[in-house]
Design a protein. Structure first.
Length: 211
């Protein structure tokens, strides 16, 4: 086997011993990091935003959230531009749709390649040994053998894969929060529209003349 090539870009290269050392066979690799749950969410985005013309549906309240404050009996004057709100929600949905597509592409690539990406299954040809007296190779076979990097790659992957999965979980969690915000904002638009459709003037005063 030839000597490794020294890279000018790597100040601290990993050294791999090709010869087995005494006791190495029984050495236990370090355990993978305990990062808790590392499941990443599978995300989808609305193709079409629910219309403000649709009546709002009840939204369940989280068990840990504070109860809503009691509404005042006196309604303050307010106004809302539903056209502008719909435009902004459409823009947020468009951006979110692009981000979720990129996230799902990254997630699929990581999950599909995590067993091989670091060289955990790397193999090399067994060419046997070279006999300088005869100029021939001896002892080789047609089957590939695990490369000298395979064990090191497997140990590295055991540490790195959970970290990558946790990073995916964080990214997916942020996008989920964005989706929840869009859904709540759209629900608010439906509530305002429903209130407008059901609003009416109070009955006129009686015909009694005073004065």
């Amino acid at each position: 086997m030839t000597d490794p090539i020294t890279s000018e870009y790597d100040d601290d290269p990993i050294e791999v011993d090709t010869e087995a050392k005494e006791g190495d066979e029984n050495a236990e690799p370090p355990p993978p990091p305990d990062l808790g749950n590392t499941d990443s969410p599978d995300l989808t985005v609305w193709e079409t935003r629910p219309s403000f013309d649709d009546p709002p549906k009840d939204i369940g309240q989280d068990a840990g959230s504070e109860p809503p404050e009691e509404a005042s009996s006196v309604a303050e004057a307010f106004s809302i531009n539903l056209d502008s709100m719909a435009t902004q929600l459409g823009a947020m949905l468009s951006t979110s749709r692009d981000l979720v597509t990129r996230y799902e592409t990254l997630r699929s690539s990581v999950l599909a390649n995590q067993d091989t990406i670091f060289g955990q299954q790397s193999m090399e040809e067994d060419n046997g040994s070279f006999d300088f007296s005869t100029g021939m190779y001896w002892g080789g076979d047609d089957e590939d053998d695990p490369s000298v990097w395979q064990e090191t790659a497997q140990q590295f992957a055991a540490q790195m894969n959970p970290v990558q999965q946790k990073a995916l979980q964080h990214i997916g969690g942020v996008l989920e929060r964005v989706g929840e915000y869009i859904a709540l904002a759209n629900h608010s638009g439906q509530v305002y529209a429903e209130a407008d459709r059901n609003s009416m003037f109070p009955p006129p005063p009686g015909n009694t003349v005073t004065g």
